[in-house]
Ligand binder design. Structure first.
Ligand code: ADP
Ligand code: NA
Length: 330
């Protein structure tokens, strides 16, 4: 029996991934890949919707792929590849564009947010069509499930609508995928601004924990994390967002429930708690960081892995695209 198929990806938008990407995505992918025929992509075509430098994008793409592998995504049993290496993504996106309503695409809240920040002139048609490319990514592999954050739910709804629309217009072609949403407990906030989500594209990096940072930098950021005046290690997302966020990280990486950690640090100050958290984070990061740096030091090996995996993805994607061409009359 073949396993159901899973698809997920991340934009190569920084030199390093941050701890939210690790806890909210990579840790889950690592587990999910055992039960699914999993496709993990570095979505560099999506990254073109932001201003970028060509050489930097290429480098960030390789670094992101290296961090997937270092974090335990297995390039032998899963398919771990770079989106632009498989040409079918852009080709299917075009065809899906032709069945997407202008108003339908315009209702995507992520587009509305970003375009209102950039202004009309700096907003590209590519950004507008971003969710259609995402639909192509997913549908090309006849994906059954897509693990996503809450912010991507609407894009999965669009993907489902497009799959159903295509199927009813042209005949059964696509699998209609389901979203798996991450647990709320997996959401990590900025250490300096603990009510906003930690992000690799945050303007200030002071509160971002990077997977590839020097251990001393990571330790410093944890010791300087914003807390409160109460002095007790207690989870309360509303009243104590800083401490709650640190508890979330501690729990996610140690596998211990939050109440057990609260008990352990009852009566100790934030300093001791933070020191212990730094040890937990560094113990998790160190092997990932050194494996990623090792892979980046061996470009030929990383290229080999990416090219073998692109070929695996290409074979599947190409078969779907051929069916699509056939059905629409190309
Ligand atoms: P970023 O905001 O760091 O650029 P992306 O939007 O590229 O992250 O998301 C990549 C993956 O990482 C997604 O699966 C997303 O849900 C997850 N992710 C990103 N930031 C966080 C966070 N702060 N907490 C938990 N998961 C996160
Ligand atoms: Na698998």
């Amino acid at each position: 029996m073949t396993s159901p198929r899973l698809y997920s990806g991340m934009q190569p938008s920084a030199d390093s991934l941050q701890i939210g990407n690790y806890i909210g995505a990579l840790l889950q992918w690592r587990t999910l890949q055992r039960d699914y025929d999993a496709y993990f992509s570095v979505v560099d075509l999506h990254a073109l919707t932001q201003p970028h430098d060509a050489a930097e994008l290429r480098e960030k793409t390789r670094r992101t792929a290296a961090q997937y592998i270092a974090a335990g995504i297995e390039p032998e049993s899963s398919t771990l590849y770079v989106q632009s290496h498989v040409r079918a993504h852009a080709e299917l996106a075009w065809i899906l564009n032709t069945i997407t309503g202008f108003g339908e695409a315009g209702r995507m809240t992520q587009f509305k947010d970003k375009s209102s920040r950039y202004g009309t002139d700096a907003t590209s048609v590519g950004l507008f069509a971003y969710p259609v490319l995402m639909a192509a990514d997913i549908l090309l592999y006849r994906t059954n499930v897509v693990p996503v954050g809450d912010d991507q739910r609407q894009h999965i709804e669009l993907t489902r609508d497009l799959a159903e629309r295509f199927n009813s217009r042209y005949g059964e072609t696509f699998v209609v995928p389901e979203a798996i949403t991450q647990k709320e407990t997996a959401r990590i906030y900025d250490l300096q601004n603990p009510t906003s989500k930690m992000s690799k594209s945050a303007e200030s990096h002071a509160g971002v924990l990077w997977l590839l940072d020097e251990p001393s930098a990571t330790r410093k950021k944890i010791m300087r994390a914003v807390t409160d005046d109460e002095g007790s290690v207690r989870f309360d997302r509303e009243a104590k967002p800083g401490v709650s966020n640190l508890l979330t990280i501690y729990s996610a990486l140690s596998g211990r429930p939050v109440p057990a950690i609260e008990d352990e640090f009852a009566g100790s100050g934030y300093g001791d708690f933070k020191k212990s958290l730094a040890e937990v984070v560094l113990a998790e990061f160190e092997p990932v960081r050194s494996r990623a740096l090792e892979l980046l030091d061996d470009p030929a090996e990383l290229d080999r892995i990416l090219s073998v995996n692109a070929a695996k993805a290409d074979a599947v994607a190409d078969a779907t695209l051929s069916d699509v061409y056939d059905r629409v009359g190309l």
